[in-house]
Write a protein that binds this ligand. Structure first.
Ligand code: FAD
Length: 530
């Protein structure tokens, strides 16, 4: 996976975490998963004097954030990486008057409190856009040239932003009204586009369809428009404020990157928790009774008063529950997690002697409906010399691209050599005239047992309106966290941090009461959390 010429290796820092666990241990709150959500919850609870044990399946922390160190010590992210809009800066908007201020201050502030700072994503020069009409460069204010290219696409994005504003992401199943939610949730994004694009009757093959598909994919799982509920897409937009906030670089979600890599946030959080974090400890079962919970894996059990499960929803369905969750809620939660697929993405990166596209006045950012790569960015590693960071001479220069949805599924069947060839050919198509690549790095998150795909979950029609409340509702002493259930910046690192804070608050509220009537208690289960 990692060509030797790059000498790239995972960040391996000793956080003081325990490796493996045997026998039985007791604590106050057990946390499953040492991604940003689980570690945020652990930190918050520990700060309040609550004892925690964090059980992590992998031999590392960070989950969907994963950073690699190059030979010269600089770092490249193969998972989640960008942060934005960042506090104190103006939010960008394609269409005048559409801006909605919704910063990712949670993860930004958390990182800052851990001494981790950000640097700007390279965003100077023209963007490249490829649709059925061909390849063009634009000086558009947005990554999709909907403000200059296609009136139909611009009007659609405007409309989606307005529809999303009517949705309360904490209960999308009945907002703005039950009837409207049911209506939107009965359509896929594709069927909505076929019925509503302006001018009417445009399907695959038209430029408007291509541009709006790219917009939809950048807010979704990623998945194809035919896979996703139209309501789910609007919910994703609502959690971020606008589509612009999600797709734009300067002032948008791709505004900045973390110096030293995004995984460093989890590494520092874990270091603060020491051996309260246990690596290599996949959780297989959770049992609960009137006294508390027992969270077990191979050869170990941890007893506590409650558990926070901070995993993508579909992975929560791989855990065995005793009593079954259906005894609490008539089977709603179990039915829900059977319907929570993860998106498909292969993140590919090619390295060049220097970022040659900058010399040509290009930002290194492209969008395409041709595939196999549908979007690219300049991903040149940070150098401590600020002048060099934005210079064309910095070495190496890097381009990152994403093979999404159907492209990811198709290209996952091929060899790495074929994907590398396709990646370098696609980058050369967008940014011709450069030298040969000197290195290649790829990560297919669908192959990761403890992630299952990325960037996050998406819902098919009918899921939000039939099962929505079960996404966040505790089941007895089991609480849920993770970016995929967050009503703010859903699917992003910021959403993960938010969900961890919420879960910790929920548990603290329960701990504050000696006698707690747990939500949906099964008959006969009398709970006392202290
Ligand atoms: P996770 O990070 O998935 O953490 C869950 C943890 O649980 C993992 O460590 C896992 O190993 C562990 N686990 C799983 N099963 C078990 C078990 N049975 N027992 C114990 N432990 C278990 N977000 C952004 O904000 N900006 C971006 O630019 C961005 N780009 C992305 C690009 C890619 C390629 C990917 C993959 C994600 C991207 N994201 C981005 C999304 C972001 O990384 C995630 O939303 C966020 O990191 C999720 O954090 P989490 O704690 O909710 O879940």
């Amino acid at each position: 996976m990692l060509p030797s010429e790059l000498h790239a290796a995972p960040l391996l820092e000793d956080t003081g975490a325990a490796h493996g666990l045997e026998g039985t241990r007791a604590t106050d709150i057990v946390i499953v998963g040492a991604g940003l959500a689980g570690l945020t919850a652990a930190r918050r609870l520990s700060a309040k004097g609550v004892r925690v044990v964090v059980l992590e399946a992998r031999q590392r922390v960070g989950g969907r954030t994963l950073s690699y160190e190059l030979r010269d010590g600089r770092v490249i992210d193969v998972g989640g990486q960008w942060v934005g809009p960042i506090p104190g800066e103006t939010t960008s908007s394609t269409i005048p008057g559409q801006a909605v201020q919704r910063t990712q201050h949670r993860v930004f502030d958390l990182a800052k409190s851990l001494g981790i700072h950000t640097f700007k994503t390279y965003d100077s020069g023209s963007y490249v856009n490829e649709t059925v009409s061909g390849l063009r460069t634009t000086d558009s204010g947005t990554r999709l040239p909907i403000d200059v290219g296609d009136v139909g696409a611009a009007e659609t994005v405007l409309l989606w932003n307005q529809m999303a504003k009517q949705i309360d992401p904490t209960h999308p199943w009945d907002s703005p009204s039950r009837e409207q939610a049911l209506d939107w949730d009965s359509l896929t994004v594709d069927s909505w586009m076929r019925q509503n694009l302006i001018p009417p009757g445009q399907g695959p093959g038209s430029e408007t369809y291509a541009l709006t598909t790219l917009a939809a994919q950048s807010v979704s799982g990623p998945c194809d428009p035919r896979d996703m509920s139209f309501l789910d897409m609007l919910v994703a937009i609502a959690t971020a404020g606008t589509i612009d906030n999600m797709i734009n670089t300067g002032g948008g979600a791709q505004d900045s990157r973390f110096i030293g890599g995004s995984q460093r946030i989890s590494i520092k959080l874990a270091a603060g928790l020491g051996d309260r974090v246990v690596l290599g400890a996949p959780v297989r079962s959770i049992s609960q009774n009137r006294h508390g919970v027992t969270v077990s894996g191979d050869g170990f059990s941890v007893k506590g008063k409650a558990v926070i499960v901070a995993l993508p929803p579909t992975l929560t369905g791989r855990i065995h529950y005793d009593p079954p969750m259906s005894e609490f809620d008539g089977g709603t939660r179990d039915q829900l997690v059977q319907r929570t697929p993860m998106g498909s993405t292969i993140k590919v990166q090619a390295f060049y002697p220097h970022p040659y596209w900058r010399e040509q006045g290009l930002a290194g950012q492209a969008t395409s409906d041709r595939g196999p790569i549908t979007s690219t960015f300049d991903n040149t590693p940070f150098t401590t010399d600020a002048a060099t960071t934005s210079s064309p001479d910095v070495s190496p220069g890097a381009l990152v691209g994403f093979m999404d949805a159907g492209d990811a599924r198709e290209w996952a069947q091929k060899s790495m050599a074929e994907r590398r060839k396709a990646t370098e050919a696609t980058f050369a198509r967008f940014f011709p005239g450069g030298p040969d690549a000197i290195g290649y790095l790829e990560m297919n998150w669908s192959l990761e047992t403890y992630t299952g795909g990325c960037y996050g979950v998406f819902f098919a029609p009918g899921v939000w309106t039939s099962y929505g409340p079960a996404l966040t509702r505790p089941v007895g002493r089991i609480h849920w966290a993770g970016s995929d259930i967050s009503p703010v910046w859903n699917g992003y690192m910021d959403g993960a941090v938010h969900s961890g804070e919420v879960a910790a608050t929920e548990v603290l509220e329960q701990l504050a009461h000696h006698e707690v009537a747990l939500h949906n208690e099964p008959p006969g289960l009398k709970s006392t959390l202290r």
